[in-house]
Design a binder for this molecule. Structure first.
Ligand code: ATP
Ligand code: ZN
Length: 302
């Protein structure tokens, strides 16, 4: 689909008017008009909910032990945020926060708690499903959403530290999970077309940590485990990943002991970056909702 470069005035207006910047990079307030679009996207994506999918919504924190077990620290330690809290006696805490502890800042008294900030919505799902016993032959489907946190260092529009991720997750036999992922590609294109977004669908890799991570990323592309639907926002050359379609093979199945039909279950997910899709919509169609194409407003029931 042909596109034209989005003006820097429009991008600036999204950054400073449609979103409200705060003192923290990548942490923004959402305005009413932004939330109206998020609600529209939520309705549209819900119309694609796979029949029988269980709906689960999560707060933005999860168990640290579960995240450790999921292998996140091996792959993305640089993106993780951990909840820490002050510990110690009342007197010790008081002297820290009142700046009376010799040479110590209040932050020096922090200790990690049993919570981390959720980095991806689907991490919460696997241990819950595993605790219920074997997965039915037909597979298990979950519709999950969570605010997610990633310690992103770039401040480009759309790369946030805290953002909403909606996902459809499939747990089942290898062919069930892979078929689910494959079916989501044309559906994603259909959604992007309804939204009037210029896009490409491309093989992709996760931002794995360190030098070994480069190899993991290359393997991921070679095995076609991840695809992203990209929309030009900041530039045509570096379009923004607004949806991703992932086949995890037996990674979560082995980790959590998920089994189906006497074998380890495989998993797949279709993930929608709600904030990024909203930014892409404002970037593509402009700042005034009433001036958006009628078909786009209808798709969003706006
Ligand atoms: P990227 O390649 O841009 O770093 P990712 O591949 O790490 O993204 P996923 O882990 O697949 O992203 O996350 C699922 C979806 O969540 C993405 O397709 C994207 O729309 C959204 N998302 C990921 N990171 C961010 C972020 N920092 N800010 C806003 N949305 C994000
Ligand atoms: Zn996922």
């Amino acid at each position: 689909m042909a596109t034209t470069q989005i003006s820097s005035e429009r991008l600036d207006a999204i950054t400073s008017t449609i979103l409200q910047p705060t003192a923290a990079n990548g942490v923004q307030g959402r305005t009413a008009v932004f939330e109206d679009v998020i609600a529209g996207l939520t309705r549209l994506i819900s119309r694609y909910r796979p029949p029988g999918a269980e709906v689960l919504r999560f707060p933005p924190v999860m168990s640290r032990a579960l995240l450790e077990k999921s292998g996140y620290l091996k792959s993305f330690p640089h993106l993780l945020g951990c909840v820490s809290a002050l510990t110690g006696t009342e007197a010790a805490i008081r002297s820290l926060v009142e700046g009376r502890a010799d040479g110590q800042q209040w932050c020096d008294g922090l200790a990690a708690t049993d919570l981390v900030l959720t980095p991806a919505a689907c991490y919460q799902v696997y241990p819950i499903v595993a605790a219920r016993g074997d997965v039915a032959r037909s597979g298990t489907l979950v519709d999950v959403e969570s605010y997610c946190f990633r310690r992103e260092t770039s401040s480009e529009l759309g790369r946030m530290q805290a953002f909403r991720m909606r996902e459809y997750v499939c747990i089942g036999a290898p062919e069930t999970a892979l078929t689910f992922r494959e079916r989501w590609k044309p559906r994603a294109e259909e959604i992007a077309t309804q939204l009037g977004l210029p896009f490409t669908l491309q093989p992709a890799s996760d931002p794995f940590f360190g030098r070994a991570g480069k190899l993991m990323a290359a393997n991921q592309v070679e095995q076609a485990l991840k695809f992203e639907l990209l929309v030009p926002v900041n530039s045509e050359e570096a379009p923004t990943a607004c949806m991703s379609f992932n086949y995890h093979q037996d990674h979560f199945g082995t980790t959590w002991g998920l089994r189906t039909d006497g074998a380890v279950a495989h998993t797949a997910c279709a993930a929608f970056g709600l904030d990024r899709l909203t930014i892409a919509l404002f970037a593509t169609h402009g700042l005034e909702l009433f001036a958006w194409p009628q078909s786009v407003r209808e798709a969003l029931s706006l």
